[in-house]
Design a protein around this ligand. Structure first.
Ligand SMILES: [Zn+2]
Length: 332
């Protein structure tokens, strides 16, 4: 029988306490110790904040550690558990997937106790951290080769009450975009597991992993807004400005039809910016097939009236690889 994952401290201790979530050793690596902070001010909402699920998305771990500094002063009630880095081997390698077993942590939930290291991390998070919260904020950064606006995201949820509560929580971040994102990878995602247990789960997606001063400031302001909405912190929400704009929109995107794919292999050039409104036939970007002396750039066009949510930047792409994600205002 494998060793069980466990915490080295008592989450219920009043005030601020800290210790480790121990992920037991397995055939592929030694035990891991993930730093965990508990900020316990008694009765009230129970929140879990996680970062570093993908190792190349570093804004989340930084903002999570910043929260640990000011929350003990600001928090008025409830309990907030913060795990800044869920996947230490991936963060150390600055890699989306765990370098040891090649797995994406956000596709293997609820994990396996006797599995490979990524599955053991998922098992520990599922059984030790997730049960201690009713609401989860998971801090991501979307990806290094994409441009996209600060967003709080959720996936479509079958239960209408949980969908409404989740959307309300996502909008409370007051980021430029709230996105309901139909995602084909839903089985095995942390969100899917938490939502199947009736928990409110919001993903923040912003910053690209490159960690800019502006991105961190917007990220932290969004989280503070959400903490105010939950009643854990007092204060007035701020509306972060993104590229001189103070837009707030709630959009929806369907992965199958709203992800524009590259028609071939080459360098992708964006011809519009995120948040631009486009109509059917508008050029969104162009593909340069660099292997040919004669081939011209191929235009990639919008299939219909929509808003550009995300667009590739600085990427050599393969045929059929995503180059843009478009969205439309959410119909409620
Ligand atoms: Zn991510």
């Amino acid at each position: 029988m494998s060793e069980a994952p466990h915490l080295t401290f008592d989450l219920d201790k009043p005030g601020m306490s800290s210790g480790y979530l121990v992920v037991p050793r397995g055939a592929d690596c030694e035990a891991l110790s993930l730093p965990v902070f508990s900020l316990n001010k008694g009765e009230g909402p129970r929140l879990l904040i996680t970062g570093g699920c993908h190792g190349d998305e570093l804004e989340g771990p930084i903002v999570a550690r910043r929260l640990v500094k000011w929350l003990p002063e600001a928090q008025t009630c409830g309990r907030i558990v913060i795990a800044p880095v869920l996947n230490p081997p991936a963060v150390k390698a600055c890699s989306r997937n765990t370098p040891i077993d090649g797995l994406n942590l956000n596709r293997v939930f609820p994990g396996r106790r006797d599995g490979s290291v990524t599955e053991r991390i998922a098992d520990a998070v599922s059984h030790i951290l997730l049960p201690c919260a009713d609401t989860v904020f998971d801090l991501h950064s979307f990806g290094l080769n994409w441009d996209f606006p600060p967003s709080s995201t959720t996936h479509p949820i079958v239960d209408p009450d949980l969908m409404a509560k989740t959307l309300q929580m996502a909008e409370a971040f007051k980021l430029p975009m709230t996105l309901v994102w139909e995602h084909p990878g839903s089985p095995g995602m942390f969100d899917t597991l938490a939502q199947s247990q009736g928990k409110v789960f919001v993903c923040a997606e912003f910053g690209g992993g490159t960690v800019s001063f502006d991105a961190i400031a917007i990220y932290e302001a969004g989280l503070r807004n959400a903490l105010i909405a939950l009643g854990l912190v007092e204060g007035k929400p701020e509306y972060p400005t993104f590229r001189q704009q103070k837009v707030i929109q709630t959009l929806e995107t369907r992965r199958s039809s709203d992800e524009l794919k590259s028609p071939g292999r080459g360098i992708f050039e964006p011809r519009c910016s995120v948040l631009d409104e486009v109509n059917q036939g508008d050029v969104i970007g162009a593909l340069y097939p660099m292997d040919s002396l004669t081939a011209n750039a191929i235009d990639i066009r919008a299939p219909g009236t929509s808003i550009v949510y995300a667009i590739r930047s600085g990427a050599y792409v393969d045929a059929d690889e995503g180059v843009a994600l478009i969205a439309r205002p959410l119909i409620r």
